[in-house]
Design a binder for this molecule. Structure first.
Ligand SMILES: [Zn+2]
Length: 203
């Protein structure tokens, strides 16, 4: 079956949001140039059920960059989302997703910066994002501490597969996630929220 070609609508509301984010967080988003970015929404189809990429960011390069230059269009990055998602997301979620995407912008204006953290969410959740650089006194001893570390079992790896296998919708689990760890440990049907922001970095 031939795939329908995606069609796009520009989303000025998202572009304005990025501008505001950049104004409010100039240090965090120092590499972001809102004027060189466009947000385009796919308007003729919804995100597939198994597509966990909420958004992606593309760097304009090569022949497209050359054509843009001919046309006097100074766009270096394109954020791509689904219009149907955009309509559903709360303002907070829109902000966070856009914030995440523009962090991929390179200060050089070409190419994308990859995620800078590779780890397991179950560990990050308990230990903090920078645990490997923390002093020993701030780290738990997994083997000898009186209390075992209370990992959130919802954050175990392979939970996306678990969801698929058991036909559970990730979205439905957000509320359940608030339950305490003990309940979560008992209830194997619960799965982690999986805000997966993978994108085509360097597509
Ligand atoms: Zn990302």
């Amino acid at each position: 079956m031939a795939q329908t070609e995606k069609t796009y609508t520009r989303i000025p509301e998202a572009e304005e949001m990025i501008k505001q984010l950049q104004e409010r967080y100039p240090d965090e988003l120092w590499a972001v140039k809102p004027e060189n970015l466009m947000v385009m929404g796919i308007d003729n189809k919804e995100r597939g059920k198994k597509n966990y990429k909420l958004a992606k960011i593309l760097s304009v390069k090569g022949v497209e960059k050359a054509i843009f230059r001919e046309a006097n269009v100074n766009i270096q990055y394109i954020v791509e989302i689904y219009c149907s998602d955009w309509a559903e997301w709360t303002s907070k979620k829109k902000q966070l997703i856009l914030f995440h995407e523009v962090l991929h912008e390179s200060s050089k204006g070409i190419g994308c910066v990859k995620h800078d953290c590779e780890d397991f969410r179950m560990m990050l959740d308990v230990l903090g994002v920078d645990w490997a650089n923390k002093p020993d006194s701030e780290l738990p001893n997994l083997l000898t501490d009186d209390e075992k570390v209370q990992f959130n079992l919802n954050l175990r790896p392979n939970m996306l597969e678990y969801c698929e296998e058991n036909d559970i919708k990730i979205e439905d689990l957000n509320a359940e996630n608030k339950q305490d760890d003990e309940d979560a440990a008992e209830d194997a049907n619960e799965v982690a929220e999986a805000l997966d922001f993978e994108e085509e970095v360097d597509a």
